[in-house]
Each structure stands twice: as C-alpha cells, then as structure tokens.
Design a protein around this ligand. Structure first.
Ligand code: DGL
Length: 273
C-alpha cells in the first residue's frame, strides 16, 4: 500500500491550531488539511448533519490517499467520531483509522486539577452531546465537569473581531457564567479548536489561579504516542514534511482567514466534495 499524508479535518479554520502543533512536534510527516468552510460553522448543527458532513470529508481524505485522519474539531469528534469508528470504518480497508481531539484531553485532565472541578468551554453541539463529562468521568469519576456553550466565539474569531471591545463583552459573559457554576473550578479546557485564538482575551477575565488548557499540544503528544504504538500505520504515513491546505469554500477567503490561525500566509486549494 502506498503511504499518504495524515488527514486533518475541521469544519473550517479551527483545526489549524491543532495542525500547527503537529507540524511543530512531528514535522517529518505530510499533512493534508481539509476545512469544510462552505458548510461551517458546525457548532449549532444537528447530530445527523454533523455526522453526514464529517463522514463526507473523511471519505474524501481517504480518497486523497490518507490512511489516518484526525478530526481536529470537537464538534465533529463529539457527534460523528464514534459512528464513523464503529459503523463506517469496516467498509474501508482495514488499515484506515480516524481519531478525534476529545479523548486525548480527557485522558490527562487529572494532571491539571487539584480541586477536581473542571470547566469546559465549547460549542453548543459539543456541550449538548455531553461528550466531555462522559469521557472525563470514564477515566475519573471523581471529577465534576461544568460546561458552558459559547456560540458567539467562533464567529468572533472567524470575523477577526477578537481585539475589539465587543469581543470582550462576549468573552466575559461566558467566563462569568462558567465560573458562577462552581467556585472550585481550577482548570478550564478550551473544548473547541477555535478558542486558543482567544487566549489573551480569556486571560483578562479568568482569575490567574485557574489553568486554561488548549488542546493542540496535548493532541500532538497523543498522536506521537499513537504512531509509536501503531508502527504498521506509521509506516503508511508519508514523510516529506509537506503540508497542503484545502477548503470547500473559496481559497482566497480561506487564505485570508487562515493567517489568523496559522500566523503566516497559506495558499489553499479548492476541493469539491
Ligand atoms: N472548531 C470546531 C470545534 O472544535 C467548532 C467550529 C464550528 O462551530 O464549526 O468544535
């Protein structure tokens, strides 16, 4: 079988915060990024719609030669990953794998909390799926999970409005709402791949003693570990240190928006699903 790039999928731009950490930690691999910008945001869509869109994109990544696909989107990981892993994967060749971003974070959350009270900021879809409380309590039943949906944060980030006072209003509103759920919260997980972009704004309103945990580095460490344990799949990951950016929307728009997440200019290609 021919080696191929590692597929990295998100509804739009957020997965770039994860891909950036992959490129830092595991620069030797090729990556094929796919942002479904034409149909983003996913955060408020139904379970069935998120599953259908995600599966279509995973299918496309497999056709592009990827053997391993990372859903670098919490909403897709919450609403589509399990069905794809349990129902769809056996229709492809047995080497294909799809992984998400929720499990790696929930596995190690205990390292961060002393009070056993953890807060989650995420999209409405991720919050209503209950994936974070379910996954965290599987490993650590003693941890209390407090969730807050922040439906305005993705549009603020995607429209490059985060440095404006209007953004502060929406950031503070959800920080206050989460912290009012328990005075014992000492750790907050950013359960949406867009949210690390808001870190400076969050730090203005989240008290200093509370840790804010972004997923990128955690997911990159987990991928490294996974590849070390699955040598047969690792050998199917091509290694020319190349990254290609692909979007279901207009590439010019993607390239402008992506620079907020990537830090430097990117040149994307349009793909039709
Ligand atoms: N980046 C996605 C996540 O991690 C959310 C963006 C969206 O709503 O499409 O959940």
């Amino acid at each position: 079988m021919k080696p191929g790039p590692i597929g990295v999928f998100d509804s739009g731009y957020g997965g770039l915060t994860v891909l950036k950490e992959f490129a830092k930690k595991l620069p030797q691999y090729d990556y094929y990024y796919l942002g479904d910008n034409a149909r983003a945001p996913y955060g408020s869509r139904s379970f069935d719609t998120v599953y259908e869109y995600t599966f279509e994109c995973v299918n496309r990544l497999f056709s592009e030669g990827c053997h391993l696909v990372i859903l670098a989107c919490n909403t897709a990981s919450a609403k589509a990953l399990r069905t794809i892993q349990q129902k769809d994967l056996n229709r492809f060749d047995s080497q294909k794998r799809v992984l998400g971003v929720i499990r790696p974070t929930t596995e190690i959350v205990q390292q961060y909390t002393q009070t056993n009270h953890v807060g989650i900021f995420a999209t409405s879809g991720t919050v209503s799926s209950q994936s974070y409380p379910i996954e965290i309590n599987k490993f650590y039943p003693e941890i209390m999970v407090h969730q807050e949906a922040c439906p305005m944060w993705v549009p603020l980030v995607e429209n490059n409005e985060i440095a404006n006072p209007g953004a502060d209003y929406f950031v503070q509103k959800h920080v206050d709402a989460l912290l009012s759920k328990s005075s014992k919260i000492d750790t907050i997980i950013l359960g949406c791949t867009h949210y690390p972009i808001l870190l400076n704004q969050l730090r203005k309103f989240v008290p200093e003693h509370i840790k804010i945990v972004s997923q990128g580095e955690i997911v990159a460490n987990s991928l490294q570990d996974y590849l070390l344990r699955h040598t047969e799949l690792e050998s199917l990951c091509s290694k020319n240190a190349q990254i290609t950016f692909n979007t279901t929307d207009f590439p010019d728009n993607f390239d402008k928006g992506a620079s907020i997440f990537w830090g430097t200019e990117v040149k994307s290609k349009h793909i039709l699903l």
